[in-house]
Design a protein around this ligand. Structure first.
Ligand SMILES: *Cc1c(COP(=O)(O)O)cnc(C)c1O
Length: 375
């Protein structure tokens, strides 16, 4: 019988660094500082060194990382926060939870990322909706950095804060610069399936701004001031567990090598499948973290069904754009709507993608995709 193919093989990574991870966990059990133990500060230092951001504040999830940024800017009712319609729900959820209004912007078909022209149109329309343009959250979809060279000047012109949702793109680069340095604040996630994942929930916020860093640290622990029973603002319990920090420190030692492997896997998929489907071509100066490898196909559901029959797992990111979600469809979209997001939701399909995908297994996937799309 043929071996079943995992969509993401976390066990292969674990086998590679098992002794190191086991020892790191054992050390935490021994010292017993489960909350804000020494691994937390060490991880923050290492993450800053890795990505080049001056300050790193680790936290409990990618969602909390986004929420902490909006709290630091005191985003609230009457504020418009521009988000892509085609993203994971958390990008808009954190905005709505603040009582602010997510305004849905369309994306580009070739990169899955925010369309700068659509952002301009949404900003122009916001005052007519009775909203103050406050911030924009570009998402680095599937690991590819958003078009910051186009978005940052637009945000600058309109006085918008830029929160980079890099939940899927930690380890990616743009003109040699790493994710974590593109917006005023960057949020990432260490959810297990993300490029750098822990063994539970985790996240981090990055900024070069010392004033913001101080506020983010305070917000992470109930808005604490000089000590934990001095509360100078309204915050949350958004701490990362020491155990997760210890695990991430070990995973970080192989992360750069894993990004290289992901790029190799993606390049192989691209050259083999370019003829039969719309593939996510690389862009000059942009180094994706390849969180997902996502194709565009016609008859997507039929293709997914055929691949399932062939024993190839796939995933649909995202079947319903946020503008059409029951909990979100009352929020405004850019004038003219988000036709590209609506369309991608019917055509996108993601293939198995991880650093330990061996060539023979990948060939099996490639052959099955060719058959599924052609017949
Ligand atoms: C995963 C993800 C999040 C949320 O991260 P969690 O750690 O699961 O809270 C936010 N935005 C995007 C684009 C994501 O993919």
């Amino acid at each position: 019988m043929r071996e079943s193919i995992p969509f993401i093989d976390l066990q292969a990574q674990r086998r590679r660094i098992k002794p190191e991870i086991d020892q790191a966990i054992a050390r935490v059990l021994e010292h017993g500082q489960f909350i804000m133990g020494p691994e937390i500060a060490e991880l923050e230092t290492r993450l800053s060194e890795f990505c080049g951001a001056r300050h790193t504040v680790v936290c409990a999830s990618g969602t909390d990382a986004l929420a902490l940024a909006l709290m630091a800017w005191e985003t609230g009712p009457g504020d418009a926060v521009f988000v892509p319609a085609y993203t994971f729900v958390a990008t808009a959820g954190v905005v709505a939870c603040r009582g602010a209004t997510p305004v849905f912007v369309d994306v580009l078909e070739d990169t899955f990322n925010m369309d700068p022209a659509s952002l301009e149109a949404a900003i122009a329309a916001a005052p007519k909706m009775g909203l103050r343009p406050k911030a924009v959250i570009p998402v680095d979809m599937f690991g590819r950095p958003a078009d910051y060279p186009a978005i940052l000047p637009i945000a600058g012109k309109h006085g918008l804060a830029v929160l980079s949702d890099a939940a899927q793109s930690f380890g990616a680069t743009l003109d040699g610069q790493r994710t974590g340095t593109f917006g005023q604040i960057t949020a990432t996630s260490f959810f297990p399936a993300k490029p750098l994942g822990c063994y539970g929930d985790g996240g981090a916020v990055f900024t070069d701004d010392e004033g913001l860093e101080r506020i983010l640290r305070s917000l992470r622990v109930h808005g604490q001031g000089s000590d934990k029973y001095d509360n100078v603002r309204i915050g949350i319990n958004g701490r990362l567990d020491t155990l997760q920090a210890a695990i991430l420190l070990q995973k970080l030692t192989v992360f750069e090598d894993e990004i290289t492997s992901r790029n190799r896997v993606a390049a192989r998929y691209n050259s083999a499948l370019r003829e039969v489907a719309r593939v996510p071509e690389s862009t000059k100066g942009v180094g994706s973290a390849w969180a997902q490898f996502t194709l565009l196909v016609e008859n997507r559901d039929r293709v997914a069904g055929r691949l399932k029959e062939a024993g190839i797992p796939t995933a649909i990111y995202y079947p319903i754009p946020l503008n059409a979600q029951q909990g979100y469809k009352h929020f405004p979209s850019v004038p003219g709507g988000v036709p590209v997001s609506d369309n991608l939701a019917t055509r996108a399909i993601s293939l198995p993608m991880h650093p330990y995908l061996e060539a023979p297994v990948q060939d099996r996937i490639i052959d099955a995709v060719k058959q599924a799309v052609q017949n």
